[in-house]
Design a protein around this ligand. Structure first.
Ligand code: PAF
Length: 294
């Protein structure tokens, strides 16, 4: 990872709006990469994608309390701002927006953005209120920055589809770009939470991607085997020490559950290794005899 001295860090709405307005007068497009910090290669791929399109890239760093449940890891979530700023600069960010909680949720804040349907199953079922928190903060970040494009990773596939939906539904004039998942050499999807894995758990963790790839390959060849492949995948993960395991095949656009694969589909997983919840997903491309690691 390329670490650069730093880039500008802004903390207020007024400072961000002024910087973006200045760019707008000069002409280049503006891209937003929303993050909660603890940046890794997955985030840097989003920043590089924005910068490659010639945009001035704003990276927001905000650990959003509204998307953590009462028993989740909000307090333990890694906070590494100085390193994040250097990494963002190295990847081509023009500035970092790192507001305090009072900037995003000032006293009296009372609005929740809720995306019906898409926020309900999968991670939404396991983490009640999580996607309302995500939808609320992403809406705020988009309206604060007013970027031409915003970049999200396909690793959080449900989040990506939900953001696409909210931007369309609320007429927010922004292009939502989904960027393929960045993986470690052994296939594990990069995540800020991987640092919570013990050495033993880290050895086991890549099996999640392996099982998803095997299911995607099998279903690309025979779309009628959804139930059988999911059951076999679940067994393999439980036997390796993941528990609980949620594995599902869904339609990519609206995430409707699929009992049979007849067109493009996605296999999604959420599975716990000890106290760490890992998520991942892979595209199923029927007829191609293959899959796309997404
Ligand atoms: O994916 C994340 O890091 C967060 O959910 C996001 C999009 C930055 C909103 O807090």
């Amino acid at each position: 990872m390329d670490v650069q001295p730093a880039c500008q860090v802004l903390r207020t709405e007024a400072a961000l709006r002024q910087a973006v307005a200045r760019w707008r007068m000069a002409g280049p497009p503006v891209a937003l990469v929303p993050t909660m910090g603890a940046l890794h290669e997955g985030h840097l791929a989003l920043i590089r994608a924005g910068a490659a399109g010639g945009a001035q890239v704003v990276v927001s760093i905000f650990v959003n309390p509204k998307q953590f449940g009462p028993n989740e890891d909000f307090t333990a979530y890694p906070r590494t701002e100085a390193m994040d700023v250097a990494l963002a600069a190295g990847a081509g960010a023009a500035l970092v927006f790192a507001p305090g909680v009072e900037v995003i949720y000032p006293a009296g804040f009372a609005t929740t953005v809720r995306v019906g349907g898409l926020s309900e199953g999968l991670c939404g079922a396991q983490r009640p209120g999580h996607f309302d928190g995500v939808a609320t903060v992403v809406t705020k970040l988009l309206l604060l920055c007013l970027p031409d494009a915003a970049y999200f990773g396909e690793k959080d596939f449900q989040q990506l589809q939900l953001v696409r939906r909210l931007a369309a539904d609320l007429n927010i004039p922004v292009r939502i770009e989904g960027i393929p998942t960045v993986r470690e050499a052994d296939g594990l999807a990069m995540s800020s939470r991987n640092r919570f894995l013990t050495a033993d758990q880290r050895r086991i963790a890549p099996l999640l991607a392996g099982v998803l790839h095997d299911i995607a390959l099998a279903l690309a060849q025979d779309g009628a085997r959804v139930a059988a492949e999911l059951a076999a995948g679940r067994r393999r993960l439980l036997a390796a020490g993941f528990d609980p395991v949620d594995l599902e095949v869904r339609a990519p656009a609206d995430l409707a559950p699929l009992e049979r694969v007849t067109g493009e589909a996605r296999v999604l997983a959420a599975a716990w290794l000890g106290r760490t919840r890992l998520i991942d997903n892979v595209a199923i491309l029927p007829g191609s005899g293959s899959f796309a690691a997404g």
